[in-house]
Design a protein around this ligand. Structure first.
Ligand code: UD1
Length: 424
């Protein structure tokens, strides 16, 4: 018997649901909270109860941190007293990349398995290594399964240019630079809301950071950061974008509570181009769709562009648009694994390198499909909701890694999605 997701075709989605705390921000904030040895805890609110967070907590505990996580509230205290993150743990999630920055900022010694996460193409860590090396980490192994490095003389502030505005590298270099002597200037950094969230938490802990959210971040190192701080993690703009896209294809009228409009503006603008009506207020988005969707041409970009994580959701909408759409994603080469699965369901899409052409207006029909990453699975759930008949999706593990209670949320809106054990 195996757990799968069973989805049955629905009419319209109606009602309201709350958007969870951001997975990617929560991972970055857990990393930030871990670099103070203070016994006075840091309390993080709005932490999503998903398996990537549980894995991150598990690794932090193995390094000596005391972590309590209940009902979305996480409390963390104590010192990191061990520098080893084994590959069998690090490979479970991409967020384990933060142990490079955490260990550089705390013990100064890194013995860390390579990060894992979604199989969406090459995910090198050369920008992380380049920056940490400039700050004073001497790497003796960086290309294999295990990354080994030591900051023998401590960390020293410097100027670092990132050849690409990598989210993970920006966070790691902020972590390390808060504990370096003197001033560090990071240029061509990522501007994602998750970077700003992490910088806000670090500032509450006593770090001196300016420029987060722009392409230049300046950090003046401090001797020690402190605990005794509370921080509420931002809501998940990828979950809100994903749900909005599902409402777009199903039709209906749904209120997404606790969605931050500014973080969602790139996808809001695209949804409006597609023909969806959006009403944004301070902390919510109302999505109204009559399923009359127009085709789009879109390229996935770092923030404030449209997030690569929403690529498959946009493709799903394009399958229902009247006309041909194009999606280009140069951020990750292999975020297109869902294409074959949607085509199996009746979509008509052609992929050439990183360029996807979607011939819209095709009726989807339910069948057995495979979701190979977090975003692919949520997209296939959306596809199942508009397909004729029943859709069985393999990939529960990815759903549980990325979205808390996604099935329950869709059911609350009137859709039929269940995690069931099946003999397949
Ligand atoms: C984070 C998010 C992921 C999101 C991505 C881009 C987490 C846990 N994951 O991943 O959901 O899709 O940002 O918004 O927060 N690159 C290099 N060398 C490096 C680092 C990155 O070449 O050292 C390249 C990558 O291959 C990719 C691009 O930079 O082509 C963007 O990657 P990056 O922003 O680093 O993504 P992650 O931080 O891994």
């Amino acid at each position: 018997m195996k757990e799968v997701i069973k989805v049955v075709s629905c009419k319209e989605l109606k009602g309201e649901v709350s958007i969870a705390g951001s997975k990617n921000s929560a991972l970055a904030c857990l990393a930030a909270a871990s670099i103070t040895p203070d016994e006075n805890p840091i309390v993080l609110k709005n932490i999503p109860d998903i398996s990537d967070i549980q894995t991150m907590i598990d690794i932090l505990r193995s390094l000596g941190k005391k972590v309590i996580f209940e009902n979305g509230i996480l409390s963390m205290s104590g010192e990191i007293n061990n520098s080893v993150v084994l590959p069998e743990k690090s490979k479970k999630l991409r967020g384990s990349m933060y142990f490079l920055g955490i260990l550089a900022a705390t013990t100064g010694e890194i013995y860390c398995g390579i990060p894992g996460g979604d199989k969406i193409g090459k995910r090198p860590i050369d920008i992380h290594i380049h920056g940490l090396r400039k700050l004073g980490v001497n790497f003796t192994s960086e290309n294999g399964e295990i990354i080994v490095g030591k900051a023998e003389k401590g960390l020293e502030g410097c100027t670092i240019y990132l050849k690409y505005p990598s989210v993970g590298a920006t966070c790691n270099l902020m972590l390390a630079a808060t504990k370096a002597t003197g001033r560090t200037v990071l240029t061509n950094v990522a501007k994602e809301p998750e970077i700003v969230d992490m910088a806000n938490l670090l500032s509450k802990m006593g770090a001196r950071i300016t420029g987060a959210g722009t392409d230049k971040i300046t950090i003046s190192g401090v001797d020690e950061l402190h605990g005794g701080v509370e921080h509420e993690v931002i809501s998940d703009r990828i979950e809100s974008g994903t749900l909005a896209s599902i409402v777009a294809v199903c039709g209906g009228d749904v209120l997404l509570k606790h969605a931050i409009p500014y973080h969602n503006f790139p996808i809001i603008s695209l949804l409006e181009d597609i023909g969806v009506k959006i009403e944004a207020s301070d902390e919510s988005l109302r999505i109204i769709s009559d399923r009359n969707l127009k085709p789009v041409e879109v390229e996935m970009m770092p923030f404030p562009g449209i997030a690569t994580d929403l690529q498959s959701s946009i493709a799903l909408m394009a399958t229902q648009a009247k006309g041909d759409s194009t999606i280009v994603d140069l951020v990750f080469q292999k975020r297109f694994q869902y294409v074959d699965e949607l085509n199996k369901m009746g979509a008509l899409m052609q992929l050439s390198e990183n360029n996807l052409i979607i011939h819209g207006g095709k009726k989807l029909r339910g069948c057995h499909v495979f979701g190979n990453d977090i975003r692919a699975v949520s997209t296939l759930i959306g596809a199942g909701l508009i397909a004729e008949g029943e859709t069985i999706i393999d990939g529960v593990i990815h759903l549980k890694r990325g979205y808390p209670d996604f099935d329950k949320k869709i059911r609350k809106l009137g859709g039929s999605v269940e995690i069931v054990a099946m003999d397949i």
